[in-house]
Design a protein around this ligand. Sequence first.
Ligand SMILES: [Fe+2]
Length: 294
Amino acid sequence: MTDFPVDMTVKPEVTAFFDDATNTISYVVKDPNSTSCAIIDSVMDIDYFAGRITYDHADKMIAFVRDNGLTLEWQIETHVHADHLSAAPYIQDALGGKIGIGDKIMVVQETFGKIFNEGTEFQRDGSQFDALFKDGDTYNIGGMKAFAIYTPGHTPACMVHVIGDAAFVGDTLFMPDGGSARADFPGGDAATLYDSIQRVLTLPDDMRLFMCHDYGPNGRDIQWETTVGDEREHNIHVGKGATKEEFVKFRTERDATLAVPKLIIPSLQVNMRAGEMPRDKDGNMVLKVPVNGL
Ligand SMILES: [Fe+2]
């Protein structure tokens, strides 16, 4: 059983937007009883080698919100992503609403502020965001009550957001045949990730779970929706009662074989600023590459 304020009678309308450049799934989550909506984990397009950013993916979401006459109340970042860049400020300029993330963003900003040698002008207090969530914090999307659950392990600032009968798990879980996300980034920890996943799996069996990523393992089509019961039964890393010891051993060995995400250098610099590009002293957008820094 769960001690979370779950209300399975609230059934938000969820529309997914898959980004095939980064295998990220962004969502519009609409209150069925009003025009209010939220966006989860948006994506900015980048041609990193050309140093060029564009907004095709975000523009599709903006058009969807406008075409359906929706009001954007929130943009939620489930964590500081290391594999894609957030488009939250661009979408906020177009549609308004508040940008929120877990309050442990401060830990992430401290870590990567040092690695990218950001200096004192880079604030490490989360103030780039409009809202910082603590474990159990609630917020409203129209008539729907949402709440956030701390789920560290992949990163220190990861949170799962639960809205009615739908939970947005970020990188805490992948589809059952994908297992779980890596836990070897700075501040990540496999044992902590296991504990976080166990908390998520105390949610009701038929709660819908929406992934942030899918890579179509073993050649299957891309999928992003499952349920708590399905994960508990079938997840290849944590399902059928896999122990913490088994998980930590597997996760640690697996992570040692994984390459660094292609977009980690730009992603961290942008996402720890709530999606804003860093700027030089003349106001130009400039990214850094710390050599042998990560
Ligand atoms: Fe991630």
